[in-house]
Design a protein around this ligand. Structure first.
Ligand code: NDP
Length: 285
């Protein structure tokens, strides 16, 4: 960071937000705010909802060529008519601060240096900071997406956990989850992981971000948690993870709450990836 501070320019991050997905707009706003707080120059491109793949690729190619841009983030999901895979492939791997480009996925799988997917990288940082041992422990990851489940499993594996990946076709999910010392839920199903899935004393990482707009569902999830139900009544909805928050608090030895657990770390790791990219590109490391 010292070398960076003395350099001729701040790190630069370009964020492309195509279309009008409200959740994406909030994520992008938070990312841009974090850039401002840290002195990272951010640029926000907002192509319209009917942008074509060719137009989007042209914007990415221009950003690839710019020397003041160290990181390019294409916010997912893209509008349906855009070829998302082509967009991710178009980002110069050296500016891929999300770690989604196949080149960087290959680096992850083979244990070579490179940007790591931000949410799993944040979770590893959290485990390190809280001194939760990983080597030799049983880790179960529920979810096998390219952005969370798979990279999470590889990062845990590289730290010598014994890793099981579960998905929607896994029989007797609860029994597999109960084997976990470290249980990571990245599913997208509100409070699906419950007391039957959590072994007493496990570390539970809840990646899920689900908005509940049905009060009876909120009552089921937050039974007796007055504060949460009052928040629901004020806002008409409430955020819940993939893990039943009451069961998690009762059974886990350590857990990440939703909101405020994994989410902020994802943004922090995006900033780390951007700064590292700038350092590499400026020859500071
Ligand atoms: P995806 O929809 O891409 O993947 C979900 C995974 O969960 C799939 O692998 C799916 O299995 C599995 N799954 C679905 N239903 C079940 C089930 N009943 N039993 C077992 N497995 C199941 O989601 P993401 O990985 O993108 O995101 C997961 C969650 O994490 C979401 O709530 C998302 O909002 C949140 N998220 C939070 C972030 C943060 O910063 N906190 C960042 C990114 C995501 P299959 O492959 O068989 O379909």
């Amino acid at each position: 960071m010292e070398a960076l501070a003395a350099s001729v320019r701040p790190p630069g991050l370009a964020v492309i937000l195509a279309g009008a997905d409200p959740a994406s707009a909030i994520y992008v706003r938070n990312k841009i705010k974090a850039c401002k707080d840290l002195g990272i120059k951010s640029e926000h491109l907002t192509p319209p909802s009917d942008v074509t793949t060719v137009e989007l690729l042209a914007s990415i190619i221009k950003l690839n060529a710019r020397s003041d841009i160290d990181g390019i983030l294409v916010q997912m999901p893209l509008p349906a008519q855009v070829d998302s895979k082509a967009a991710l492939l178009a980002v110069d791997p050296s500016k891929d601060v999300d770690g989604f480009h196949p080149f960087n996925v290959g680096s992850l799988v083979t244990g070579r240096p490179g940007p790591r997917s931000c949410t799993p990288a944040g979770i590893m940082e959290l485990l390190r900071r809280y001194e939760i041992p990983v080597a030799g422990r049983r880790a179960v990851v529920v979810g096998r997406s390219d952005i969370v489940g798979k990279p999470m499993a590889f990062l845990l594996l590289h730290e010598n956990a014994t890793v099981t990946i579960c998905h929607s076709k896994t029989p007797d999910l609860a029994a597999v989850c109960r084997e976990a010392d470290i249980l990571v839920a990245a599913i997208g199903r509100p409070a699906m992981i419950n007391a039957a899935h959590i072994r007493k004393g496990a570390t539970v990482i809840d990646v899920g971000m689900n908005r509940i707009a049905d009060r009876s569902e909120a009552e089921r999830v937050f039974r007796g948690a007055r504060e949460k139900l009052e928040a629901f009544d004020r806002n008409g909805s409430v955020l819940v993870g993939d893990v039943d928050p009451i069961a998690m608090a009762d059974l886990a030895s350590a857990y990440t709450p939703v909101p405020g657990g994994v989410g902020p770390l994802t943004i922090a790791m995006l900033m780390v990836n951007t700064i590292r990219s700038a350092e590499r590109r400026l020859g500071a490391c």
